[in-house]
Design a protein around this ligand. Structure first.
Ligand code: C5P
Length: 223
C-alpha cells in the first residue's frame, strides 16, 4: 500500500509548523508544507506581472517551477525556486495574502494537487495545510485540526516573522490574518475546516511543549 500520512490542518499562526516539524522528526517521516507551494506559485505569478485573477495562466506556471525545500528546522529552512533563494519573500505576510487569493481558484488547486501527492514517500508523510485531511490525503491514518484565538495567532505569527527579520506591526498583522482566514474558510472549493474524524486541538494559551504533549497523546492513542 501507499506510505501512511498524518494531516495537520488549521488557520495561520496556529502552530502547524511546530507540530508538523516535530512529528516528521519524531517519526522520521517526510513533511509537506503545502502553504509554501501556494505562496511560491503566487509569487512566481506576481514576479511575472501575471494578473492573479487570471487563474488559468497562474495555474499553467505550476508544472514548470523547480521547487526545492532545504533544511528541516525553521531556522535553517531555505526555499529554492529555479535555483534562486526565495525564502524571505515566500514567508512575508503579503505573500500569504497573494497565496490565499490564488488558492480560491479551482484550476490553481488542481494544478498543485498531484504535486502535493508526490511528496508521499516511504516511510510516511506529515501534511501541513488547509485541506490536507479533507481533499489531498483523505485516507490519512491520523487527521489533526489545530485552532487558537485570533489574537494569539497574530502574536505568534509576529514573533515568527521578527525571528526571520521580517517587520510587521501586530494590529496590521492581525487584520491581514483575519482577512486571509476568512477567505480560506469561506471559499467554495476546499474551504478550511476540520475533516470528518479529525482530532481538534485548541492551542490557545498553551506553550509549545504543552502543544506537543497533546500531539504526543494523540499519537499514542492512534497507535
Ligand atoms: O500555510 P500558509 O500560511 O503558508 O498558507 C498560505 C495560504 O495558502 C493560505 O492562507 C491558503 O489560502 C493557502 N493554502 C491552501 N491550502 C493549503 C495550504 C495553503 O489553500 N493546503
Amino acid at each position: 500500500g501507499l506510505p501512511p500520512v498524518i494531516t495537520v490542518d488549521g488557520p495561520s499562526g496556529v502552530g502547524k509548523g511546530l507540530v508538523t516539524r516535530w512529528l516528521a522528526e519524531r517519526l522520521g517521516f517526510h513533511r509537506l508544507d503545502s502553504g509554501a507551494l501556494y505562496r511560491i506559485l503566487a509569487l512566481a505569478a506576481h514576479r511575472r506581472h501575471i494578473d492573479l485573477h487570471d487563474a488559468d495562466t497562474v495555474a499553467a506556471l505550476a508544472p514548470g517551477l523547480d521547487i526545492r525545500f532545504v533544511g528541516a528546522t525553521e531556522d535553517d529552512e531555505a526555499i529554492l525556486v529555479d535555483g534562486e533563494d526565495w525564502t524571505h519573500d515566500v514567508r512575508k505576510e503579503s505573500t500569504g495574502a497573494l497565496a490565499s487569493m490564488i488558492a480560491a481558484q479551482p484550476s490553481v488547486r488542481a494544478a498543485l494537487l498531484q504535486r502535493q501527492r508526490d511528496f508521499r514517500e516511504a516511510p510516511g508523510l506529515i501534511g501541513d495545510g488547509r485541506d490536507m485531511g479533507t481533499v489531498v490525503f483523505t485516507d490519512a491514518v491520523l487527521k489533526i485540526f489545530m485552532d487558537a484565538s485570533p489574537d494569539e495567532r497574530a502574536q505568534r505569527r509576529h514573533k515568527q516573522l521578527s525571528a526571520k527579520g521580517i517587520e510587521a506591526k501586530i494590529p496590521a498583522l492581525r487584520e491581514e490574518i483575519r482577512a486571509r482566514d476568512e477567505r480560506d474558510r469561506n471559499r467554495p472549493i476546499a474551504p478550511l475546516k476540520a475533516a470528518d474524524g479529525a482530532e481538534v486541538v485548541d492551542t490557545t494559551g498553551l506553550l509549545p511543549a504543552q502543544v506537543l504533549a497533546k500531539i504526543e497523546a494523540l499519537l499514542v492513542r492512534s497507535g
